[in-house]
Design a protein around this ligand. Structure first.
Ligand code: IPD
Ligand code: CA
Ligand code: CA
Length: 258
């Protein structure tokens, strides 16, 4: 194993350990961030700090872009993009569908993405140029046309102004797809698109930590990920996201692309 491979294996162990700590959550200490829908728990903060401390030991020249506590330094040669708990609302309700999402970029390009749901022990992972994996097995997007696909979507819950448009598309796509799903974790939605469980995932506004890891996982699974205009998202900025197998993704953009 070369140095970066060893470092990524170490990072993976750190994520597994962070995940196991979420399983014992009891006193969750829920706080509101911007309003009653936008929550943070002591586990979001503790997980983020645990990951930053451990990753800094493994790669001392890395910087961090994270959801909590205004950690936003993308100046390093290596940059970790971290959502310590994607699906915090689910987490506060013991829903069992939340994930740790970690992407690593090197010199502005995604190098590694990992999304781990500790409640189901689902570990999705991709290395640039080396394919995407689910619990060690290679995964691929589906080949289904849109009409034979489940379409997952996110409601952009922190952007009230996007509700009508999100649900307009979700309602309309019911006429063009098998059915729709709303899971509460964008990172896992992207992984579900990567392994073919859904043909398309869309959400009108996401943050980098929601989609950076999933973006590489979708791409390495043979899928396509763009914004609603068909452009490649910048994984250090907020973006709309449409992801899925190439055919269904194009069908979706033909219907709803701007
Ligand atoms: C949220 C989840 C949700 C999506 C939101 C995200 P959080 O992340 O991914 O599914 O609809 O847009 O912000 O706040 O639970 O980390
Ligand atoms: Ca998130
Ligand atoms: Ca989060």
């Amino acid at each position: 194993m070369n140095q970066i491979e060893t470092q990524l294996e170490q990072c993976k162990s750190v994520i597994l350990e962070a995940g196991s700590r979420l399983l014992t959550s009891d006193d969750i200490s829920v706080e509101e961030k911007t309003d009653y829908t936008n929550l943070v728990t002591k586990y979001d903060k503790a997980t983020q700090q645990f990951l930053i401390d451990a990753f800094s030991q493994i790669m001392d020249d890395a910087t961090f872009l994270c959801e909590e506590e205004d950690v936003a330094d993308t100046s390093g040669r290596y940059v970790f993009i971290i959502d310590p708990i994607d699906g915090t609302a689910n987490f506060t309700k013991y829903y069992g569908h939340s994930a740790i999402s970690v992407a690593l970029a090197r010199e502005g390009k995604l190098l590694w993405g990992a999304v781990y749901n500790p409640f189901t022990e689902d570990f999705f992972e991709a290395r640039a140029g080396e394919g995407a994996y689910y619990n060690g097995k290679r995964i691929h997007v589906s080949e289904d046309r849109l009409k034979h696909s489940l379409v997952a979507f996110g409601t952009s819950p922190y952007y009230r102004e996007l509700r009508n448009e999100s649900f307009r598309i979700a309602l309309d796509v019911m006429d063009h797809a098998l059915d729709i799903r709303r899971s509460g974790s964008a990172a896992l939605d992207l992984c579900y698109a990567a392994c073919g469980r859904c043909g398309v995932f869309f959400e009108l506004k996401l943050s980098p930590w929601d989609f950076a890891a999933g973006m590489l996982i979708v791409q390495e699974a043979g899928g396509k990920i763009t914004d609603i205009h068909g452009n490649t998202p910048n994984f250090t900025a907020k973006s709309s996201i449409v992801a899925g197998n190439k055919g269904a993704h194009q069908e979706f953009l033909n219907l709803y692309g701007k």
